[in-house]
Design a protein around this ligand. Structure first.
Ligand code: PMP
Length: 268
């Protein structure tokens, strides 16, 4: 009778760690706190307690099989109820569920070694609160599946105005004529921690990312397209809806960006 199970009534985070060092830890914990506040669940732990949980999970999960890259999944649901009804009790203790898992090695800045993605392009049919990292991911799962049915590894989504929102599990960056764009934050997309770290690390080295509307036309005319997430870091896209992106290979701006990201990701 957990409301996370019954209603998807909860918030989650995925925090990557490399050799025990978390990437974007404070930002992940801040987003978790914001999400919980938004849906009126009391945060069961302060940041120090969350950090202890993360350290414990990293220690317990680091084996020869997992290697140095461990993801930490944190999940807080509203808690367990006596009866299934939409109205929720105000004062039940939230359920906390957390585990560590092996992450794939992140991409290295080498255009010949990275595994680029081919993606589908579909209408975004999710709800209007995509900024909340809700455990109700059915909309995202269905969009990911649309891509998979077409033999693609992800699905980029367009709103009713044919503007890019995000992908089903990643944020989107576009490069055109050496200008880097990513859609501005609003209720249509998750405020990705990797997105923020990419923007911040590039700006530390004098490169600007324009947080502007990315039209379908700009997406399809782009020289490079990248997807960002905690597990994919920055991964290049080489085809969208069977149309080649740029020259059909990972691009030079991507290689530059991932090198810069790697230099700063632990210090932001
Ligand atoms: N958008 C969606 C819908 C996501 O599920 C995710 C996380 N997988 C992201 C963007 C990227 O967020 P982050 O960089 O914080 O992992």
């Amino acid at each position: 009778m957990d409301r996370g199970f019954l209603f998807g009534d909860g918030i989650y985070e995925v925090i990557p760690t490399h050799s025990g060092k978390p990437v974007g830890l404070q930002a992940h914990l801040a987003r978790l706190a914001n999400g919980l506040a938004e849906i009126n669940i009391a945060n069961p732990y302060d940041n120090k307690q969350w950090e202890e949980i993360i350290v414990t999970l990293v220690e317990r999960n680091r084996t020869a099989q997992t290697g140095p890259y461990i993801g930490i999944y944190l999940h807080v649901s509203r808690g367990t109820v006596m009866s299934r009804q939409h109205a929720y009790p105000q004062d039940i203790p939230p359920t906390v569920f957390a585990y560590g898992f092996a992450l794939a090695s992140p991409p290295q800045p080498d255009v010949d070694k990275v595994s680029p993605l081919s993606v589908a392009l579909e209408q975004d049919l999710r709800w209007e609160r995509c900024h909340i990292k809700s455990t109700s991911l059915l909309g995202n799962v269905m969009h990911f599946e649309q891509g998979r049915m077409q033999g693609k590894q992800e699905t980029i989504l367009l709103n009713a105005n044919d503007e890019v929102t995000e992908a089903s599990s990643c944020n989107v960056f576009v490069v055109k004529d050496d200008i880097i764009y990513t859609p501005p934050l609003d209720n249509q997309l998750l405020p990705g921690i990797t997105r923020m770290l990419v923007i911040e690390s590039l700006s530390r080295e004098g490169m600007k990312v324009k947080q502007e509307v990315v039209s379908k036309a700009l997406l399809l005319a782009a020289d490079e397209v990248w997807l960002t997430s905690s597990s994919k870091e920055i991964t290049p896209v080489i085809s969208i809806a069977d149309q080649r992106v740029g020259n059909g290979k990972a691009g030079p701006v991507w290689a530059h960006a991932i090198a810069i990201f790697n230099r700063h990701k632990f210090s932001l």
